[in-house]
Write a new protein. Structure first.
Length: 154
């Protein structure tokens, strides 16, 4: 938990690898009680999840929240579509941008902000294979420089 009352629960690392993140948005998420308890235990996965606008509402698909052990009949489907909570104007703006520019809406992370579960949604542009190679080369070069600097400072 950091000084602002946020605690990260899950991060979609694959999104950073597959997409250029143009903009980030914060959205609330509609959950049942057992899903919140399961999230508090850290049993969720954002891999292969995506967002879409349907009937003027924003939904996240493919987000896996494991069933709560003590939840019995109150447990919901682990991969059901979940509604994200944003202002109507923001949702319509995102929908227009996604339709026109061919961008994707991808959940980047899930975290607690005070006592509320929040989802960070990214407006993303897909990377080509050569972009992924270039990113990997930059990352490796910066790691190498850090390692060299660390050994010189000793």
């Amino acid at each position: 938990m950091d000084k602002h009352g946020t605690k990260t629960i899950a991060v979609n690392r694959k999104a950073g690898h597959d997409y250029f993140i143009e903009q980030r948005y914060e959205a609330g998420i509609e959950l049942s009680g057992t899903e919140v308890k399961s999230i508090r235990q850290g049993t969720m996965n954002l891999k292969d999840s995506y967002c879409s606008v349907k009937d003027g509402e924003l939904y996240v698909y493919g987000m896996h929240i494991s069933p709560y052990e003590k939840g019995n009949i109150f447990n919901r489907d682990p991969v059901r579509p979940r509604r994200l909570l944003m202002h109507k104007r923001e949702i319509m703006k995102l929908h227009g941008t996604v339709k026109q520019d061919g961008l994707a809406l991808v959940p980047l992370s899930v975290y607690f902000k005070n006592s509320h579960v929040k989802v960070e949604v990214g407006l993303c542009r897909g990377k080509k294979l050569y972009d992924k190679r270039e990113s990997a080369a930059k990352r490796d070069a910066s790691r190498e420089m850090d390692r060299v600097m660390k050994t010189r400072n000793r």
